[in-house]
Each structure stands twice: as C-alpha cells, then as structure tokens.
Design a protein around this ligand. Structure first.
Ligand SMILES: NC(=O)c1ccc[n+]([C@@H]2O[C@H](COP(=O)([O-])OP(=O)(O)OC[C@H]3O[C@@H](n4cnc5c(N)ncnc54)[C@H](OP(=O)(O)O)[C@@H]3O)[C@@H](O)[C@H]2O)c1
Length: 268
C-alpha cells in the first residue's frame, strides 16, 4: 500500500479481491464527448489512476478512449462504472454494454447507481456478485444506499459491498454512517465532495490559510483522514492537480473536529 511521507495516509486502499483503489479518483459527470476524453487524458497525465463514470453519464466511450490510450503506453488506470437503475432485470446486458463502450474486458469496480425503486435491489446485487464470480468485474458496491438497504443486501446474500459511494462532504458528515461502514468492512467513497459545503465557509477558509492550501484541498484531506475515498470532478487542469495534491499536509485533531461540526451547524 502506497504511503506518503508527510500526510502518512495511504494513497490507495485494498478492496476485496486485492483491488488497490486510489483514494482520490477523477469524477467525470457531466463531461461528455471530446470534452470528457480530453479531461480524462489531462487527469491521467496529472497523475490520476482511477476514473469514475456511469452508464447514466453517457461518457463511457470517451472515458474508455482516454483509458485505452493510457493503457497502450503502460499506464494502468482503474475504472468505476455504475449500473443504471432502469436496467434491473438486464444487469448482464448492461454490464456487457459498459465493457464494450469502455473497451475493457473487466471493470475494476461496478456499483448499483441508486437503490432501484427505493428498494435494496437484492436481485441486481446477486447479478453483481455473479459478475464478480465470472471475472467480469474486480470489486462491487452500491451508491446512494442507506445502511438499512446495505444490511438487506448482506442478509439476503451474505455478501457485503466492497464500497459504497454517496454524497459526502463536511455539511453531510454522519459519524454513525461512517462507523456502520467500518463495522461492515465497507469502504466509503465521497461523490460530490466539494459541492455540498460552501468552499467559502470561514472554518474551511481559515484552516486552508493555516496550511497554505485551498478549502477544496482541506475537504479532500479531511476525507482522507477519515479513511474516506473521494472522486472530485474538475474540467480545469489546475484544479484537477490541486485536488490530487492532498497527501503532503495533515489536519490536526481539533481541525478535523471543527470540520466534522459543520454538519450539525448546517442543520441547526
Ligand atoms: N454516485 C452518484 O450518484 C454520483 C452523483 C454525483 C456525482 N458522482 C460522481 O462524483 C463526481 C464528483 O461530484 P460532482 O461533480 O457532483 O461534485 P464535486 O466534484 O464535488 O464538485 C465539482 C464542482 O466543483 C468545482 N471544483 C472542482 N475542483 C475545485 C477546486 N479545487 N476548487 C474550487 N472548485 C472546484 C468544479 O468546477 P470546475 O470543473 O470548473 O473545476 C465543479 O463545479 C462526479 O463527477 C461523478 O463522477 C456520483
């Protein structure tokens, strides 16, 4: 597991079946077409080794083109994609479509995008397990699931998701959710990490100033120190680089607690 010198957090995490997932991946929604391909190319050139897409984003072909180009020159990049909820009952065909568009024989991480019809989607989950057993995907998980929905999957199949992706930022900090994931051995990954808390919040601005960093870097660093992965999106190479450069500093315990407390402050 790659460790960094100053921040001492791992740059990647080992999921089930030995998948080494970078803690910071590149988010690709709502980029499409040439814009998406160029953005993913830039992100890879800047050092990203994990890309987050979904059937729903309609950019798997563009992501696949950029990843194929990188792989052709010996740079391996992990790909996460997601099963669209309207594909219930057609999971295998949906996966084969994603693989074709992505130009891959195996997806590194395949997630159920949303709980189908608000239910846990046990039938779909069985299909994800089967795809993993068949070697079409390396790791499997869910997105936007409650702990109760995750427990339903575990009770029904005996198999826990390797990872859950959900909207997660300081304003959404939920100690119980984080603890429940840890208890079940599930990695938490933040989508929309920079979107749900105002980046000009004084606590973030002041913390960033103390470390000579930006509020966005403080949020991503806060994620890392909680053991949470993240997939920030930027269309701008300078911000892509900024979002990846979060391993060289460390937030103090009291800074972490002050950022945790933004969630309670945001609802009161
Ligand atoms: N599973 C799901 O249901 C789900 C839902 C939503 C998103 N996602 C995934 O999560 C990824 C990220 O989520 P998101 O795009 O909603 O939100 P986000 O990454 O938290 O925020 C993106 C926004 O922040 C800006 N930004 C990026 N870096 C910045 C920085 N360093 N400083 C200031 N502003 C910055 C971007 O603008 P610029 O592009 O102009 O830099 C963009 O407007 C998506 O791309 C997608 O892959 C998954």
């Amino acid at each position: 597991m790659a460790m960094d010198e100053k921040g001492s957090e791992a740059a990647s995490v080992r999921l089930g079946f030995g998948l080494e997932l970078p803690m910071i991946g590149f988010g690709t929604f709502p980029l499409r077409g040439e814009t998406a391909r160029r953005a993913v190319e830039s992100a890879i050139a800047l050092g990203y080794r994990s890309v987050d897409t979904a059937m729903r984003y309609r950019n798997e072909d563009a992501v696949g083109a950029a990843v194929a180009e990188a792989r052709a020159t010996g740079t391996d990049v992990l790909v996460t994609t997601k099963l669209a909820t309207d594909q219930v009952g057609h999971e295998r065909e949906a996966l084969l479509g994603s693989l074709r568009r992505l130009r891959l024989s195996r997806v590194d991480l395949w997630l159920i995008h949303w709980p189908p019809g608000g239910s846990a989607g046990v039938g779909s989950w069985r299909e994800l397990i089967r795809a993993r057993d068949d070697g079409l995907v390396s790791a499997i998980g869910v997105s936007n699931y409650s702990i109760a929905q995750i427990d339903r999957l575990i009770e029904s199949t005996g198999t826990a998701p390797d990872l859950v992706q959900r909207s997660w930022g300081p304003n959404e900090f939920d100690e119980n959710y984080l603890a429940a994931c840890a208890e079940r051995g599930i990695m938490l990954c933040a989508h929309s990490p920079l979107r749900t808390t105002p980046l000009d919040h004084p606590v973030l601005v002041e913390t960033a100033r103390r470390h000579g960093r930006t509020p966005a870097q403080v949020i991503l660093r806060w994620d890392l120190q909680h053991g949470v992965a993240a997939v920030p999106k930027s269309a701008e190479p300078a911000r892509m680089a900024e979002n990846l450069d979060v391993f060289g500093f460390r937030l103090a315990d009291e800074e972490m607690r002050a950022i945790d407390a933004l969630a309670a402050a945001s609802v009161s």
